[in-house]
Design a protein. Structure first.
Length: 166
């Protein structure tokens, strides 16, 4: 997965098959994001649309990730204090796994709840959500504008401000 501390990412995924992700679950998905992902990723822009979503996020700093990991695991201290450059492969992997698990928990929790409400049993999201690292200010601007204009482009609203889930 390789989501790096203090870096920006465009995260997106869609429903498995032709189902809708969000019948009335927009707020529920947002609450799940807050619970599972907000400790490790700041949300900068998003949109949730019937069968898919896009997120523009910034992964928290190493210091904030240590705090989140400590809180999630009930640890009193995370022993490794140097920066990631000094961590070595094993510790970088630990952060990567921790970050990936937060997103996995979001998708699994939403799927289990959705399946229960709608009497479903199958996988709900396409496996392995997509992520693109934001590599420049220009790309950041493009993703930001794309996210905010998508409900308009998809024909859900006549003005971008009219879509409640972005």
């Amino acid at each position: 997965m390789n989501l790096t501390p203090s870096k920006y990412y465009h995260i997106y995924n869609h429903a498995n098959g032709f189902e809708d992700l969000f019948y009335e679950g927009y707020y529920f998905f947002s609450e799940k994001y807050q619970f599972y992902c907000s400790p490790i990723a700041e949300m900068l822009a998003y949109y949730l649309i019937t069968n898919h979503f896009h997120l523009l996020i910034k992964i928290e700093s190493e210091k904030e990730l240590r705090k989140a990991k400590k809180n999630a695991q009930g640890l009193t201290e995370i022993k490794a204090k140097p920066t990631l450059e000094h961590f070595g492969e094993k510790n970088v992997e630990i952060f990567d796994i921790f970050i990936s698990n937060c997103f996995s928990n979001l998708f699994n929790s939403y799927t289990k709840s959705f399946n229960k409400v709608y009497n479903r049993r199958d996988r709900f999201f396409v496996p392995n959500y997509k992520q693109k690292k934001i590599s420049s200010d220009e790309y950041f601007k493009q993703v930001f504008v794309y996210i905010h204009n998508n409900p308009l482009k998809q024909g859900f609203v006549k003005k971008t401000d009219d879509w409640n889930f972005s």
